[in-house]
Design a protein around this ligand. Structure first.
Ligand SMILES: NC(=O)c1ccc[n+]([C@@H]2O[C@H](COP(=O)([O-])OP(=O)(O)OC[C@H]3O[C@@H](n4cnc5c(N)ncnc54)[C@H](O)[C@@H]3O)[C@@H](O)[C@H]2O)c1
Length: 257
């Protein structure tokens, strides 16, 4: 008889960095990792929001750390990762969650808007991963989860005017697969979630017409629950997922089918 190994989803003693930790999804991911036993450091431009997330981690009895940092600043990210190494003595888990889109018609987009979207959604994944990966390779163990978007695989049907965002997130998908191959024999896995529209507080501003337009694009007619997205992150970084790498997992109610 097959049984699920006891503790195969627990993260006791693991040390995690979550970027975008002040944001709606980053905060839920950080607390979910802490619930399973991990120490969690949050990185975000929003320092006070990051501190609030760290307080939620600490309230769960786990070591917590918060760093206000612009993830597009390579040197600053290096210093931020250094402070986590000092306080946690290493990093086992990296969740690249920071990001976000602007809506802009392609034929009106200036080069600055384009570049900012690439920096925020793709370069930020490079900077943090580049600084964290050498430690993971040295310890021959690491888990990286990148948060992309359904826009990367199904275009921008949920939001017209998302070309730069979709291009950046498609870059995250490509980076995930190429890096997964590059480090596959080194004990490091690299996976990616591609969420559809999530039931985050920002959605409360939707008009009933906008809500109906969104739901009409989603076969299940459900927005994603941040708790479920966090559950997928916990699974991908847990012992049970040791042999899963290079996966792009849509969490989109079937939107990308
Ligand atoms: N919410 C959704 O419906 C949805 C759907 C698909 C994908 N996503 C993706 O999930 C991730 C999280 O989304 P969210 O809803 O929590 O967004 P959010 O806006 O609530 O949080 C994003 C966080 O990233 C931080 N951030 C942005 N640029 C940064 C930078 N340069 N340096 C440091 N921090 C920076 C922001 O300060 C913010 O706290 C994003 O990558 C987003 O693209 C979200």
């Amino acid at each position: 008889m097959l049984t699920i190994e006891r503790g195969s989803m627990r993260l006791e003693g693991k040390r995690a960095i979550v970027t975008g930790a002040a944001g709606a999804l980053g905060r839920v991911i950080a607390t979910a990792l802490a619930d399973e036993g991990a120490a969690v450091a949050g990185f975000d431009l929003n320092g006070s929001g990051c501190e609030e997330t760290a307080a939620l981690v600490a309230a769960r009895g786990r070591p917590a750390h918060a760093v206000a940092v612009d993830l597009t600043d390579f040197a600053a990210v290096g210093r931020a990762v250094g402070t986590v190494r000092e306080s946690f003595d290493g990093v086992d888990i990296l969740v690249n969650c920071a990001g976000g889109g602007v809506v802009c018609a392609f034929h009106e987009m200036d080069i600055e808007t384009w570049q900012r979207q690439l920096d925020r959604n793709l370069t930020a994944v490079f900077t943090v991963t580049r600084h964290v990966l050498p430690g993971m390779l040295a310890q021959r163990e690491g888990r990286i989860v990148n948060i992309a978007s359904v826009a990367a695989i199904a275009g921008g049907r949920l939001v017209r005017g998302a070309t730069a965002y979709a291009a950046a997130k498609a870059g995250v998908v490509g980076l995930t697969k190429a890096l997964a191959i590059e480090v596959a024999e080194e004990g490091v896995t690299v996976n990616c979630l591609a969420p559809g529209a999530q039931a985050t507080p920002g959605r409360d501003r939707d008009t009933p017409e906008r809500r109906e337009q969104l739901l009409s694009q989603i076969p299940t007619r459900l927005l994603g629950r941040p708790e479920d997205l966090a559950g997928a992150v916990v699974f991908l970084v847990a012992p049970a997922a040791a042999n899963i790498t290079g996966v792009i997992l849509p969490l989109d109610g079937g939107h990308s089918i």
